[in-house]
Design a protein around this ligand. Structure first.
Ligand code: C5P
Length: 291
């Protein structure tokens, strides 16, 4: 986090779901999931500065400014919990499109709250931060710590995962907006019992990930809800001869690769075929207080 007078500039990293199993539907309408998430180097950027009121400004027309933005909602939730006002101007420079399954909006919210608290010199226990995050979304709690974690329940129970070394990915954007409720609704009872043990062992040993380690129970549902995603994946396969993996409920796809060099090569090939491909590595941006 860099400070310029009373303003903070922070990076909000996005996530990939390396593993996502859906165990069943709950009475509250959510689903019990078992997911392994990793923060990666693709990120939005936020500027948080002093103001008289709480203001949130997004620079994308399809991401709301003001009270509808999840960053606004999490700060309001913190005000209610702390019993004090936390006025601030939050400007969100979106690099990542909404509805991509990368959790960018959730990450924006968590980093916005972290910066607002820092601006007001307010410290809260991590357990309170996790509870605030869980009050606005299911993958928001993961971003309180980031790195690699296994998330259970509806996603709000965050268990840190030992992951050695660095992982490289190519992420492909541009397949359109995928609505998470619509994808969950298209599951049609297609639940499973797979466990991420193989992935967790590979992460602990610092081994390169292969497609065998990855799983996403939501992918067939996303293809049912948005047939255009299946076409997109076929086109990716035709371009590079490898199967791509959907992150979360989509629409972003990703490929694990062995090295930065491999990421650059794969990215070039995809760019040449007209895809919006980005090279990414595992990890967290160096925001103060986020390590
Ligand atoms: O909590 P969040 O706002 O991210 O969830 C969006 C929607 O996705 C929920 O309203 C629900 O329809 C669906 N969902 C679910 N089970 C989860 C997470 C999300 O059914 N574990």
């Amino acid at each position: 986090m860099t400070t310029e007078r009373s303003a903070l500039r922070v990076m909000a990293p996005c996530k990939l779901n390396l593993f996502l199993e859906v165990r069943g539907r709950r009475d509250d309408g959510y689903h019990d999931i078992d997911t392994v998430l990793e923060t990666i180097s693709l990120r939005d950027e936020l500027r948080v500065s002093s103001a008289h009121e709480l203001e949130v400004h997004s620079d994308r027309a399809d991401v709301p400014s003001g009270p509808e933005n999840i960053a606004f909602r999490i700060v309001r939730a913190a005000e209610a919990r702390l019993g004090r006002r936390l006025p601030a101007r939050i400007e969100i420079k979106k690099e990542l499109p909404p509805g991509s399954g990368l959790g960018a909006g959730s990450s924006d919210a968590v980093e916005a709250l972290r910066a607002v608290l820092s601006l007001h010199d307010v410290r809260i226990p991590e357990s309170d931060f996790l509870a605030l995050a869980a009050s606005v979304g299911s993958d928001t709690p993961f971003f309180v710590r980031g790195r690699v974690a296994r998330c259970l329940g509806r996603g709000e129970h965050v268990l840190p995962v030992l992951a050695r070394g660095l992982r490289h990915y190519v992420v492909v954007l541009g397949a359109g907006f995928a609505s998470t409720p619509k994808v969950y609704a298209a599951l049609l009872g297609d639940f499973g019992e797979r466990s991420p043990e193989g992935l967790l062992e590979a992460l602990a040993r610092g081994e390169a990930l292969t497609s065998d380690h990855l799983h996403n129970r939501l992918q067939p549902a996303a293809f049912r809800a948005y047939p255009i995603l299946e076409d997109f994946e076929h086109r990716l396969f035709k371009s590079v001869g490898r199967r791509a993996h959907l992150s979360g409920s989509g629409s972003a796809f990703f490929f694990p690769v062995l090295s930065e060099n491999d990421a650059m090569e794969l990215r070039e090939r995809l760019l040449a075929d007209g895809f919006d491909a980005r090279a990414a590595t595992s990890g967290l941006p160096e925001n103060e207080g986020s390590s």
